[in-house]
Design a protein around this ligand. Sequence first.
Ligand code: NZQ
Ligand code: ZN
Length: 390
Amino acid sequence: MLNFDFYNPTHIVFGKGQLEQLDALTPKNSTVLITYGGGSAKRTGVLAKVKTELAKSDRNVLEFGGIGANPELSVLMGAVDIVRKEKVDFLLAVGGGSVMDGTKFIAIASVADDFIGKERELLNFGFTPVPVEGAVPMGTVLTLPATGSEMNCGAVITDGEDKLPVFSTFTFPKFSILDPELTYTLPVTQVANGVVDTFVHTVEQYVTYPAEARFQDRTAEGILQTLIEIGKKTVEEPENYDARANLVWCATMALNGLIGAGVPQDWNTHMIGHEITALFGIDHAKTLAMVQPAVWKVRKEQKKEKLLQYAERVWGITEGDEETRIDAAISKTEEFFQSLGIKTRLGDHDIGEEGIDRIIESLDKHGMTALSETGDVTLDISRKILQAAL
Ligand code: NZQ
Ligand code: ZN
């Protein structure tokens, strides 16, 4: 097992009706800014419920809506102005990954005095924590299980054609309320996205090379098997509480640091996927469904031992020689994504060779030239991966 430093201070409150804990969890005698997305929070009534809970104690409650999917820096700056002017003490994100991530950026940018007027530079640090001394504390009310943003300190922020990660230990939510019933209103395609995103977060930290991390491997396999069991059910039966509750908890546990502690991590699929979203506007998870199987096709040799373990323990594939077993596991994965209604080829989204050139240019521009758990995925290999996904 590799050395690790595991820190996760987020308080999770999970289950039916848990929104009623909001008043107790949120600071009193404070100014709270509720952040939300493009309208679903209003439409579904969750925003009204949040406001009712917050009104139970003395606090000044403000709102900032319009944080769309793949949150845009220019939009978020509107909230930063409010936080500075109104001296907001606490941010409450009500939404999915985009709202939670956008709120993390607001939390940092509002108090990052060294970056006033040049907040864009906060996107320049990649996986290194941004050099800030604090952030406005925040909490979340989750409405879309997928990203794990509710229990991690990362965010992905878009600035035009740049979609870049931002990390800071100050942006772990103080609390997150995870009520699976608040996700019943999701469109089917967003639920399928959530299953795929969770699946790919898990394999990015598991299908690498062996590190004798038995607990992490078996926990990752547990998440994957759970997703295979409940994935289709939770897409087809949106109000099946148990299926949805399992998705919500898997999504949170897949990216809160637990399964990634002490193991090599890949993130090749995500880095290529982010470029595809920035250039073509395709949902995050849908990009992953195209790239992940292709990464395995091209990186079979480097990932051989873990792909064989994945084939046997997750899919029960034990027949045939090694190559046959690996190929079968890759096919099973693609079929699983397709069974959720998610397409797995670039061509399905009208992306061809010319599109690949643009993706490679963006990877180059963003310094994504040494990807994977071993840092040996060059732009040439990324091109091969994309060609395998055509
Ligand atoms: O904007 P509104 O109107 O609220 O609608 C949203 C949005 O259109 C809608 N929605 C959310 N909850 C709903 C709902 N509609 C009906 N009922 C509800 N209960 O769903 C749409 C998608 O929402 P979004 O937040 O964009 O989706 P997701 O949670 O998949 O987040 C994607 C973003 O997270 C980033 C992605 O790159 C992308 O920008 N990621 C963040 C990560 C992290 N912080 O750790 C890791 C991930 O790998 C990912 O990169
Ligand atoms: Zn993801």
